[in-house]
Design a protein around this ligand. Structure first.
Ligand code: F6R
Length: 397
């Protein structure tokens, strides 16, 4: 039921505070003396109280048959689960690929070797693995053919596999050695919105768990874990205070829309562009900000607005890219912390977010970009929940 919303996508954007609260519920334990640790995410029955039936966390470990007839035990990754992992490979498509890129960066920052592959390519030419390699399939539906094929190719060559998915009982959850559920609740709109946010939050929890298990990874980032529990409120503030509609009104009918960012802002820029092109049918591209001068800058004109995503890291470098595109006449819309006056003063327009840990700011910035795509598509009267040529779950390779 869409309720008071015109589209499921708009409803699902609004549901993100609830979805994120479910995602992190019970998984951050601040009572432990050693600092915040990730917990199983389940109550003693292995359930979280939501009733939608698809939001449990689980692991298909040795006891899976006993615990659950579907083969999914209801235990999430307990301490020590990832002690033997020496390298991580993410396989995913589309929006889930962008979430995986975020997870990769969180792990890499903790010294854990991680790579991200587009599942369609990995299935054709899998990267080398051994039995200390953990291959994580990030897939909302758990049914994307390319992702399933990549996971199968990894498993048959001896890697351990983990499904990070929204759907309990999905093929990915059943076939992988372990499953971790993102608990976003059902998503009807073809464009992934709340599931991206919940994937990212789950990946932050998982990266912390892996960093805690793998020797020399430097332990957990207490600040990030603490802010994950306040993320639902911060997202609510973005939803309540957004000026996305009036900002996009100023930039209609342009040739193309570019999105740039560095670090975790890079997957957010790519995701912002994917959502924009998918539902507006306008041309949009996302770039690592540093890549602009290696080609894309040739396209920049006064008719190509540039959305620049700032998270609090690499600010000066991204600002210099902003000045480069402004020098070519392009208007810059910064998505940035409300306290960053230097960026606010430089940009032509701003969409502000609450001040937050950079890895949290990435989620908040993405919510603004979801709203940007939505308002442009709505103005153009596009069929937002069912964009042409697209399906919610892509079951052919
Ligand atoms: C974009 C979108 C798609 C999916 C992709 C993977 O809004 O929804 O790009 O992200 O088809 O789907 P899952 O996550 O189900 O594997």
């Amino acid at each position: 039921e869409k309720g008071r919303y015109d589209h499921y996508m708009r409803k699902e954007i609004s549901e993100q505070p609830t979805a994120l609260a479910q995602t992190v519920e019970g998984r951050i334990d601040d009572t432990d003396d050693s600092g915040r640790q990730i917990d199983s995410g389940n109550d003693s029955d292995g359930n979280v109280a939501d009733g939608s039936g698809d939001i449990n966390a689980g692991s298909n470990g040795a006891n899976s048959e006993k615990n659950n007839p579907e083969g999914v035990s209801l235990e999430a990754c307990p301490p020590g689960t990832f002690t033997d992992v020496s390298a991580i490979q993410f396989v995913a498509c589309g929006t889930s690929y962008h979430a995986a890129l975020y997870g990769q960066q969180l792990l890499a920052r903790r010294g854990v070797a991680a790579q991200t592959f587009r599942a369609g390519e990995y299935a054709m030419a899998p990267a080398p693995v051994d039995d200390d390699t953990l291959v994580i399939g990030v897939t909302q539906s758990g049914e994307t053919a390319d992702t399933l094929e990549s996971l199968r190719r990894a498993a048959e060559r001896g890697a351990r596999t983990l499904a990070l998915t929204n759907v309990v009982g999905s093929t990915a959850a059943r076939e992988c050695d372990d499953a971790m559920f993102i608990r976003a609740g059902p998503e009807i709109g073809v464009a992934a919105t709340k599931t991206f946010s919940s994937q990212v939050a789950t990946l932050a929890l998982l990266a912390e768990r892996i960093a805690g298990d793998v020797a020399d990874a430097g332990g957990e980032d207490d600040q990030l874990l603490a802010e994950l529990s306040t993320l639902p409120d911060a997202v609510q503030r973005v939803l309540d205070e957004t000026r996305a509609m009036e900002v996009v009104d100023r930039y209609r009918g342009m040739d193309s829309y570019f999105f740039i960012g560095r670090g975790v802002a890079h997957p957010v820029a790519c995701e912002g562009a994917l959502k924009f092109k998918e539902i507006t049918y306008e041309h949009a591209e996302g770039f690592a900000a540093g890549q602009l001068k290696h080609g894309p800058l040739a396209l920049v004109t006064p008719n190509t607005p540039v959305f620049a995503v700032f998270t609090g890291r690499h600010t000066e470098k991204t600002l210099s890219n902003v000045r480069e595109v402004q020098a070519r006449g392009a208007p810059v819309i910064a998505v940035v912390s409300e306290t960053n006056h230097e960026v606010i003063d430089t940009a032509d327009a701003t969409l502000t977010i609450p001040d937050a840990h950079p890895d949290i700011a990435a989620v908040l910035a993405n919510v603004q970009l979801q709203l940007v795509a939505y308002h442009v598509a709505d103005h153009l009267d596009r069929p937002i929940d069912k964009p042409r040529n697209l399906a919610k779950s892509v079951t052919v390779e």
